[in-house]
Design a binder for this molecule. Structure first.
Ligand SMILES: [Zn+2]
Length: 264
């Protein structure tokens, strides 16, 4: 019985691995037969971070340089939730995996890219609706098992203008698009996804105060990728995502490198 269960678990693992990473895909990258798109913004002091309370900008300092010290070396400090980063399941829910505990199998998957740039362009508070998801499925087929869903809101155009990216109003509320409670519930109950991502500061829209999208995703043991770059360079389907988060023991998230692999 024990051996049967082990084999079953291995089978499921291989299945979920297979959904994300086709055999030979990395060889295609090495042989120039696949394109790699870096979905990560470079870290620097202008990087977007959650602009509330004790959060601080990224800071980098040179502590040794080649001319004087014969070696170049630096040190840095950063909130976990700054720049292109992952929200681990423990970010909003107790007892859930921390960033170092997210299994590798969950960090690779087929990218599903839903484009709401037109709607978000007209309404900065726009949130993804289940009908947007169904519209994507009408054109592309059902969201595959183990997909990582990415929302392209067009917000990356504002990345280099941080005030515009946060988009505070005079009363102190931010305005940027996000997922909705309904679309997120749909993704975790009616589809089998590994996580979600977005090209803004948060999975929830800027005016959210209950962070229901974070709660819904995290309580389902799933992650959120925030400030994802280059979403406009991905097709609606066909790319494979590889996410490599920093391994902070017990951390609530952290900077991650995200690559999308596209067959040529
Ligand atoms: Zn975050």
């Amino acid at each position: 019985m024990k051996i049967f269960l082990q084999m079953l678990t291995m089978g499921i693992m291989l299945l979920s691995f297979g959904k994300g990473l086709r055999a030979g895909m990395l060889e295609d990258v090495m042989n120039g037969k696949a394109t790699v798109i870096d979905m990560t913004y470079p870290l620097n002091e202008k990087n977007a971070y959650w602009p509330v309370g004790p959060y601080t900008p990224f800071k980098y300092e040179v502590i040794a340089n080649l001319r004087k010290d014969k070696v170049f070396s630096g040190k840095y400090s950063t909130p976990e939730h700054l720049g292109t980063h992952i929200d681990a399941p423990n970010h909003f829910e107790e007892g859930m995996p921390s960033v170092d505990q997210i299994p590798f199998e969950q960090l690779i998957g087929t990218a599903v890219v839903i484009d709401v740039t037109d709607k978000a362009g007209k309404d900065a508070d726009y949130t993804l609706s289940p009908s947007d998801i169904l519209l994507w499925e009408k054109d592309n087929g059902q969201i595959p098992e183990g997909a990582i869903v990415l929302l392209n809101t067009g917000w990356s155009k504002r990345w280099h203008d941080y005030d515009n990216y946060k988009n505070f109003d005079k009363k102190g509320s931010m305005h940027f698009p996000g997922y909705s409670k309904e679309s997120t519930s749909f993704l975790v109950t009616k589809r089998n996804i590994k996580g979600i991502g977005i090209d803004t500061l948060s999975g929830d829209c800027g005016i959210s105060t209950d962070f229901i999208v974070h709660h819904t995703i995290n309580s389902a043991r799933k992650f959120i990728l925030e400030n994802v770059a280059n979403l406009d360079k991905l097709p609606p389907k066909g790319a494979t995502l590889i996410i490599a988060p920093i391994k902070i023991e017990g951390g609530s998230g952290g900077q991650c490198r995200i690559w999308a692999i596209l067959p040529k």
